[in-house]
Ligand binder design. Sequence first.
Ligand code: FRU
Length: 475
Amino acid sequence: MDFSNRQNRFVRLDEVSAEYLEHIESLTQNDPYYPSYHIAPKHGLVNDPNGLSYFNGEHHIFYQWFPLGPVHGLKHWYHVSTKDFVHFKDRGVALYPDQDYDQHGCHTGVAVVEGEQLNLLYTGHLVYEPNSGHPTQVLAVMDKDGNIEKKGVVVDYNSKHYTHNMRDPVTIKRGDDYYMLIGAENHQQQGKLALYHGKQIDAYQYKGNVDIGIGEFGYMWECPNYYEDADKAVFIFSPQGVSSDSKYDFKNVFSVVYIVGKPIDTENRKFDHQGYFELDKGFDFYAPQTYLDNKGRRILIGWLGNSKSEYPTDKNYWAHMLTLPREIHIEGNKLRQIPLAELTALRESSEALRPQHNLTSRAFELELEVEQDFIIEFANQGGDKMTFSGNETEWCLDRTHVTETHAEQFGTVRYALRQSNDTLVRIFVDHSCIEIFCDLGETVFTSRIFVSDLNQLHLSKAVGQIHYLSGVHYE
Ligand code: FRU
């Protein structure tokens, strides 16, 4: 299908033939860049994780899905669940854009666990066009057997305060009160966080904007995420339209920001804190969400991709994947991200790394001890490579010399200032993605890496282990 014709982005899943879907699924599954242990679409495009939750004995992961190709079209929620992050249940489409209020897409939203039911709050688009629209916030409820029922609109759009860019609700419960925060753009093209209050999960009143205290900061705030942990609160959001002259900051088309502060004062609509930070320093990371699991862990998953770029896999009718799950911890006013402990169960075999190491698979993890001025190259025989290096003050991820570049207009090198003297670096590679954890998880680089026939590692001033990882299993 040709998606340069915008109308084709609104073609419905049941309007295409089974042969078309089989064809694009086989192109997708045979793509050498398709991952084996990251969540990726069977075909089409995945973007934001949605409805992350621990419910009825399992972790539930929903995500934004356009089934028909590698573009942002009519969005569905797709659903997988897992007990251990190795074995997954493929639960298929959870939300179809099949009601008048969401006929132009079931966009991003969250889950709120309440007893025997999982409440899904998301943005439904009655109309979603580049310069107009009618977004509403919608409630759907999933029971323990996985049956989902849409309950309808809980916040209708009112154009008085915001443009049609108003979406991605997050609802939190404090005692008997529900607070819904929604990402928005006001009529002066400033990013805002709208606050609603309700005594029930399905009825809210508008309260106004929350004063985040960072002045003008982009034109639209997508995917707000918010949680409280004792006397602290974490606000994560994906602002559009923020840039910086510093080589360290805000280099992607859109970036993700977090702020650790005090719980939002909902009466005065104020959020007190000590400042904001970028959550990730790589090329491809956006729209993360967090949730609390049964062990009390706060788990984060993001979209391993970015908007407004063509990716080398587009030709095979799929795009993007989700990041690995990461446990997050608050340290002062910073966050640390640690790959979830369950991921060690993916290890199949391990070897000590040699300075020139031939790879037997493209799904692996590295546990490294690095000296100052280290260099690690992820390469093929022809000399194409992605490089991760460091010196006394900074980390550097360079994809200038990969086989297939994308989004070069945003530069091909990313830098981050070192935040500690820690010398341990953990790296996950899965065919065409890389996740790098350093500074004890305070600095993370998440990126796609398109080195064809990736089969060599070159290490200078770095030693450690390689663990080859199995794929995850779906039933
Ligand atoms: C962020 C985003 C959200 C929206 C969703 C649509 O990537 O644009 O604001 O709800 O994706 O798929």
